[in-house]
Each structure stands twice: as structure tokens, then as C-alpha cells.
Design a protein. Sequence first.
Length: 372
Amino acid sequence: MNIAVIGAGIVGLATARAAAMAGHKVSVFERSSRALGASVRNFGMFWPLGQSGANFQLALRSASAWKQIASDTGLWLQQHGALLPAYEVSEQELMHEFIETKSRQDGYQLQWLSAAEALAFSPMLQANGLCGALHSQTEMLINPREAIPQVQNWIASKYQVNFHFSTPVVSVAGHQLLTASGATHHFDHVFVCSGADFEWLFPEEHRASGIQICKLQMMRTAPVKQHLGLPVVGPLSLAFYDAFATCKSWQPLRQQMEAKYPAYFQHGIHVMAAQHHDGSITIGDSHQYAQELGPFDEVLIRKLILDYLGGLLQIPDMQIAETWQGVYAKIPGKSALISSVNPITTIVNALGGSGMTLSFALAEDVVADVLA
Ligand SMILES: Cc1cc2nc3c(=O)[nH]c(=O)nc-3n(C[C@H](O)[C@H](O)[C@H](O)COP(=O)(O)OP(=O)(O)OC[C@H]3O[C@@H](n4cnc5c(N)ncnc54)[C@H](O)[C@@H]3O)c2cc1C
């Protein structure tokens, strides 16, 4: 079949890969000259630990795709996991409970590290008050700014996927796709993977799903000579990820954190830091949901992130080199939007903060289902 994919973010690329692997002829349409959306603005954290339920296994399946692409292309992929340091006894207790519960389930690779062991893994951790850390070995790190073009080139050469850049699609009617220049293309099936730009194609269908946009403020340091070691996920994240909510000690910990950090909860801030191979450290983030989001960054949010980071890491001579905002689509309480607009058009969107982690396996399942 002739397949069109709209959007060259990670969801569009993963869908194109899955369709091409299934033997279809695939064309990708991207309105910008290269992918510039959420897929190049994130940490590059491959993060199964943050996934709940069946999505954990979906993430592990996606890991194989990233490893294969890295082995085929030389894409930089750090595979040593991630560290969640604990500075309060209540945080440590939750992590122990999490390790105890999850270690009985397939695929988790969790261990508790003493403070000294955690510092050996990640020498920039603040030693003062450190109780220890949860080390999860399933996490990986890529550099999204390089990885997305590498994945795109790999799909183009390995599966002969055709890319049309600087080509906004303005409508899809039946088998016909119309671009802004007035060109029409005929396809057997169209996948709409437009990310946060969902207002342009099938806006009603997107809106009916309860989809929202979320703005995240991010920053990146100038290259730092010292090694962070592993990506570090601050304890505040324990309160925000559903994966931890199944623990008995989660509710009291969340209440305690909300009372201690009201401004952080107001702005949806939980702090992570990941060092890429050029030495720069990507730091974030905040989460602001709305129907329409302003383009302006708040200095207060940046300050809150950096204040919290200061209690977590000691980054020598830290200089912020870049700040930006990322926007993703998300349906509260759902991990993705998979919707058949009609028998020949499918929306794949709203992977929220997990697109780099889930897209490859999710797209394989969607394509197998829809193009069966
Ligand atoms: C700051 C931030 C940090 C994150 N951190 C992580 C992380 O560490 N780990 C993780 O797993 N996930 C993370 N995420 C989530 C992840 O980045 C997203 O889930 C994912 O990138 C969404 O991919 P997408 O393809 O749906 O959207 P996008 O990457 O935004 O791609 C959509 C593409 O569609 C194109 N498009 C839209 N409409 C049209 C049209 N009409 N015609 C042609 N092209 C069109 C757009 O130009 C765009 O390139 C993060 C997200 C953000 C914003």
C-alpha cells in the first residue's frame, strides 16, 4: 500500500518505520525544513521507569529499536540507566517499597545504592544529606537534536522512505492529501502525527479526545568538563509519575512534598538533569497545561528549577547557554491518542512526556492493527 505520514517528529518517524518494515511504500510530509517540535526539544531520556502498567513493557520493546538504530548508524546512546537520589527518609522509604514491588515484575532492573555508591556513579550529586539512590538500569540517553535527523536518514536509506520537508499538509480528504503549495498526492492510508499542531488537521476529532497542550521550560548548560555520570531525576518526580503511585507510601510523600514545595506543584516543576556527549547538561522542567499557551517564558520558573537543582547537584562553573520551551500534546489520564477518523485516516498523537520512550513499539502495534 501507499502510505502517507504527516509529521517528522518521533511519532511520525516511528510510524513510517513500522509501515515500511511491514512492506508498505511510505512518504513523510513535514511542514518545517527539519523536525523542530517536541522531538528535538526534550532531554532524550529513554525512561521506562516512569511508565505505568503495560507501557513499561512497551518501553522495553522500544529499547530494541533504539539499540538497533544506534548499532546501524553510530547514534550516541548511553545505556547505563538513571539515578534517583533520596534526601529524605520518606523518599528513601518509597524507593525501597518501589524496588521491593517492581523487582518481582518482568524487566525491571532496580537496585538501591548507598550514598557512597551513588556518589561513585554520579560525582556531581550533592553529598550533604544524601541518603542513597535508586538506580534503574533500563534507562538510556540519546541526544535528540542529533538523534532525530539520524533516525530520519536511517529510515530513508534502510527502507526507502520518501521525505517531503518544508511541505505543510493543509487538508486530507479521502485518499487525497493537499499540500500548501497546491500539490495533491494520492494514498491508501494516511497517519496524522502532528504533535502539538493538532488544530490544523482534523481539529474536531483531536479536540473530542480531550487533548491538551503542555508547555515545558527547559535550559542547557555550556559544556561541563566533569561527568554527571547518569541522568539524575530529582525526588520531586516521585510525586508526578503514576508509576510510583501504586506504592502505599506514595500518597503521604506527595502530601508532604506539596506542603513543602507549593510553587513547584503550582508550575508542575520536577527537576531532571542529563549530560550529553558534548558535555552540556540539559535541565528541566515545568509543566503548564492550557488550551492556548503564551509564548513567553517565566523567569520565576527558571529560578525555581535552578534553586532545586542546587540542592541536587553541584555543577562546577555552571553557565546556562540556552533556554527554550517545548510543547507536547497530552490527554490527561491517557498515554496516547490512537483514533481512526475514517477507515483510511488514523491519528497517532498525545504521547505526552513519553514519546521518545514509547513511540517505536506503539507505532508497530498501531500499524499492525490498522494496516492488517
Ligand atoms: C521539554 C520536553 C522534554 C521531554 N522529555 C522527554 C524525555 O526525556 N523522554 C521521553 O520519552 N519523552 C520526552 N518528551 C516527550 C516527547 O518529546 C514527545 O512525546 C514527542 O516528541 C512527541 O512527538 P511527536 O512526533 O508527536 O511531536 P513533534 O515532535 O512535535 O512532531 C510533530 C511534527 O508534525 C509536524 N506537523 C504538524 N502539522 C503538520 C502539517 N499539517 N503538515 C506537515 N507537518 C506537520 C510538525 O512540524 C512537527 O515536526 C519531552 C517533551 C518535551 C517538550
